[in-house]
Design a protein around this ligand. Structure first.
Ligand SMILES: NC(=O)c1ccc[n+]([C@@H]2O[C@H](COP(=O)([O-])OP(=O)(O)OC[C@H]3O[C@@H](n4cnc5c(N)ncnc54)[C@H](OP(=O)(O)O)[C@@H]3O)[C@@H](O)[C@H]2O)c1
Length: 239
């Protein structure tokens, strides 16, 4: 039975991905900081190891890796948990550096740390890393300098990893806008009901998992296009 580790699975895209893979009888290791929310989100899913904790904690990451090792394999690592930073989003000239450091800890260092811990298991399974990115990594939106630059770093880290690791598929996955808590945090007080539900992005994510196109950066909107050409032409192909 294939195994996925999904961070940030108690709501939003992480929960939608977990449910989709569970429906396919995958075994899952998942986390989120709030234990009750995580338990509620995973209720009824048959084969889930849910470990509450913060991805920025090395001890918690070690617990996740240990759970994966007990399952004996890892096919996909989805680095999904992420920090937006302060809300409302501050301009860079006033960005508190301690806050920025925490954003980078969650969005850059924690994903790399999990990759470092689990690369051997992923390689043994011919596996894939999916680092969840954002259009803020490539577009310069005012206010998005902290989060956006962290996702740009995550993109580059993914691209270099792909160049270094011929035995792994390495994807930066840009889901596009989704109606989630994080999106509401980014637009406080605004009506975001026109944004698509995170479940709408899952078919694109599954396409990466099923078809294993070349490593690179992929947008959900492109993967959702039926033409196979979209999969053969990522924005940045590394291997
Ligand atoms: N929503 C959008 O429009 C949008 C657009 C582009 C990219 N993205 C990206 O898509 C991914 C999913 O976002 P989302 O909108 O689905 O977010 P979300 O609904 O806010 O869910 C975030 C999930 O991550 C968990 N989490 C957050 N920080 C964590 C930490 N330090 N350690 C462990 N778990 C943590 C949360 O649970 P706890 O709070 O209990 O920890 C929750 O389960 C993120 O990488 C985000 O950057 C989102």
């Amino acid at each position: 039975m294939p195994v996925a580790l999904i961070t940030g699975a108690s709501r939003g895209l992480g929960r939608a991905a977990a449910r989709a893979l569970a429906r396919r009888s995958w075994s899952l290791v998942v986390d989120a900081r709030r234990e009750d929310d995580l338990a509620d989100a995973m209720q009824g899913l048959p084969d889930v190891v849910a470990i509450a904790g913060d991805v920025t904690s090395s001890g918690h990451r070690a617990d996740l890796a240990a759970a994966v090792r007990r399952l004996g394999r890892l096919d996909v690592l989805i680095n999904n948990a992420s920090s937006l930073g302060p809300s409302p989003l501050p301009p860079l000239r006033r960005y508190e550096l301690g806050e920025l450091r925490r954003v980078y800890e969650a969005n850059v260092l924690a994903p790399l740390a999990l990759i470092q811990l689990l690369a051997d298991q992923l390689e043994a399974a011919g596996g894939a890393v999916i680092n969840v990115s954002s259009d803020a990594a490539v577009e310069a939106y005012p206010g998005w300098g902290g989060y956006g630059s962290s996702k740009a770093a995550l993109d580059q880290l993914t691209a270099v990893l792909a160049a270094e690791e011929s035995g792994l598929r390495c994807y930066a996955f840009d889901p596009g806008d989704m109606r989630t808590d994080m999106h509401q945090q980014a637009f406080p007080g605004e009506d975001i009901s026109d944004r698509p539900e995170p479940e709408s992005v899952v078919p694109a994510l599954l396409r990466l998992i099923d078809e294993r196109p070349p490593s690179g950066r992929y947008r959900a909107a492109d993967l959702a296009i039926e033409s196979a050409d979209a999969v053969k032409s990522p924005e940045k192909v590394q291997s």
